[in-house]
Design a protein around this ligand. Structure first.
Ligand code: ADP
Length: 454
């Protein structure tokens, strides 16, 4: 089947082929059965004539002579041996003598063409009267049958192309109507671009295949729209966040340029530039982690790890920051809590959470880390502080990228709002989850939970 044709044309073609075959079969059937029926009538006639002649031979031979001259049986011949005894006038007139065999037993019915050129159906029978054996031929014209057959063939041959043409036109029209929703879907889908991703394909009330197709497309559009929107927001947020330290570097540099050549001022400016640079580097590192996370490029290296030991390592690393603020970190990890995770990723999550606890708690406060197992034997690490806490409405959003409760204050402490997003991703990659509980101005508790492994 030509693949260049549209579905509508292909559908109509297939339907046309099936239709022509069906109509031809039907016409063939009609033609065959009508011709059988007509011929059957002729043959019945022949059998009746033969029986009548046999009766005449037995009981009324003189009567048979009259019949030969005046009917009602018009075409017959009676022989004894090969000699004709009686031949009807019409038999002779139609020149059937010599055409129909004058020897042999019962035969037929079969068709012959008489000497006059007309077609006849002939039946041959016998009759035994006393010791005499008679051979009887009866004939009946096939002309009416042939004529009817011809007329029927003409009717069928004329109606066949008309019926096919009309049916194909109807088929083409119906295929067009059935496929119309596809055109609507195609036109609408073509219109949907990055600029109007929120538009959707039309859905009607019926529960047909096209509606299901449009629904599936709409779901795909919704997913694309969501990813597209998130990507756009992420790019916008990232650019915005980077502009701040860059602007700061520029303004520090400009101030230093126009200020006195005092070495102390220059050193201070360079120190500030390095600080901003560091902030920028940290942000770019975080963005790289998240972009790798998004593209699923991270390969986990799972190993059995004691969570207590991992927490201790993080505390050792960040203790200096807590000491600067005279904060005390308490660690309660009495029993080994073994989990199978990617060590570096979980360590990163712990560092981010502990760093937040230090950042968002006042000097001389306490931070408590607890490692243990829940009642359902899940491994957990709790990081609790008595810091500024998080208001209830913000609690839902703190894991979003670039989300910060208090942008001004957070920037002072160096955060871009990516730490919790990275921590969440790192924990979830290791089949864990993070829960956050907090009360504004009282403190927060973040819990990393790893389900018990089978
Ligand atoms: P940041 O780098 O700004 O700290 P995070 O993603 O780590 O970004 O945290 C997002 C926001 O959640 C922070 O800006 C802060 O407002 C809030 N937050 C996180 N941890 C704490 C905490 N322990 N106490 C109070 N607020 C917190």
């Amino acid at each position: 089947m030509a693949s260049g044709l549209g579905v509508r044309a292909r559908f109509t073609m297939m339907y046309g082929v099936a239709l022509v075959m069906t109509i031809m079969l039907l016409c063939g059937g009609i033609y065959f059965f009508i011709q059988r029926a007509l011929m059957g009538q002729v043959e019945n006639h022949l059998h009746k004539d033969l029986a009548t002649i046999q009766e005449y031979l037995k009981h009324d031979r003189a009567g048979l002579v009259k019949v030969a001259d005046h009917g009602p049986i018009l075409l017959f011949r009676v022989q004894t041996g090969t000699e004709p005894l009686i031949s009807s006038d019409d038999w002779k007139a139609e020149k059937l003598e010599g055409i129909v065999a004058d020897q042999g037993g019962e035969q037929g019915p079969y068709s012959v063409q008489a000497g006059t050129g007309r077609p006849y159906r002939v039946l041959t029978g016998t009759a035994m009267i006393g010791s005499d054996r008679y051979r009887i031929n009866v004939a009946h014209s096939e002309e009416a049958v042939r004529q009817t057959r011809k007329t029927l063939a003409v009717i069928l041959l004329l109606t066949l192309p008309v019926a096919v043409a009309v049916s194909l036109a109807i088929g083409y029209f119906l295929a067009g109507r059935v496929l119309a929703p596809i055109s609507v879907i195609t036109r609408k889908a073509e219109e949907i671009t990055a600029e109007n991703l929120s538009e959707r394909l039309p859905i009607s009330d019926s529960d047909d295949e096209f509606n299901r197709l449009a629904t599936v497309f709409n779901q795909a559009f919704a997913r694309i729209e969501d990813s597209f929107y998130r990507l756009k927001r992420f790019t916008a947020d990232a650019s915005h966040e980077m502009r701040t330290p860059l602007a700061a570097i520029r303004s520090i540099g400009e101030t230093a340029l126009h200020a006195s050549n005092n070495q102390g001022d220059c050193r201070e400016a360079i120190g500030s530039i390095l600080e901003e640079n560091d902030r920028l580097r940290q942000m770019i590192d975080s963005l790289l982690v998240l972009s790798r996370a998004d593209s699923n490029q991270v390969e986990l290296i799972r190993e059995t790890v004691d969570l207590g030991e991992l927490v201790r390592e993080s505390v050792d690393l960040l203790n200096i920051l807590a000491e600067e603020k005279h904060q005390s970190i308490r660690l309660a990890a009495d029993l080994p809590v073994i989990v199978t995770v990617d060590r570096a990723m979980v360590r990163q999550a712990l560092i981010n959470l502990l760093d937040n606890a230090i950042k968002y708690s006042p000097p001389e406060s306490h931070i408590t880390l607890t490692v243990g197992r829940t009642n359902s034997d899940d491994a957990y690490v709790s990081i609790a502080d008595n810091g500024i806490g998080i208001p209830e409405p913000d609690l839902q959003r703190i894991f979003d990228r670039f989300y910060r409760v208090d942008k001004g204050r957070s920037r002072e402490t160096g955060g871009a709002g990516l730490g919790l997003a990275i921590a969440k991703w790192a924990v979830e990659c290791n089949n864990g989850r993070i829960e956050a509980h907090s009360t504004a101005n009282e403190g927060s508790e973040f819990r990393i939970i790893f389900q018990q492994q089978a």
